[in-house]
Write a new protein. Structure first.
Length: 144
């Protein structure tokens, strides 16, 4: 199958296929006599594996590791479990950060009384926080 057909079957763009090829996640396909790439079911299976991992927000570095583990199925699941446990911990950390952000935004939203006769309390809070570095984007957990 040509690259467009592979991409369509996997539900992605041709550029995504090319990117994964450049990254070495998908092996380079053979070529037809006319020079077109010729993909097969193995390429589709691997592309679907990668896309599923990415849909779970697994970074490419970890996708590479999972692909190596999949290539050696006789190995123990311990390494896969360890990788997934690390990803779960990261997701939990992000959830905590998002919950803290939500609380901060809700509290900020409550400062607005809708009265346009005085300056906006939310904008004033943004200005003060930017000067004081007291917000989540400037605090110790910034960059999560």
């Amino acid at each position: 199958m040509k690259i467009g057909e592979l991409a369509a079957k996997a539900g992605c763009d041709v550029q995504t296929v090319r990117f994964y090829e450049r990254e070495g996640l998908i092996e380079e396909p053979g070529r037809t006599e006319s020079g077109y790439r010729s993909y097969d079911a193995r390429h589709l299976s691997r592309l679907n594996f990668i896309r599923h991992c990415r849909s779970l927000d697994i970074p490419l570095l970890e996708v590479r590791q999972l692909l190596r583990f999949a290539a050696e199925p006789h190995q123990s699941c311990a390494q896969v479990n360890q990788l997934l446990d690390g990803h779960i911990a990261l997701v939990r950390s992000r959830l905590q950060a998002l919950k803290a952000l939500e609380k901060q935004l809700v509290a900020l939203r409550r400062t607005c009384d809708g009265d346009t006769s005085h300056p906006c309390a939310i904008l004033e809070s943004f200005m003060a926080a930017a000067q004081e570095h007291a917000c989540a984007c400037h605090g110790p957990d910034a960059g999560l």
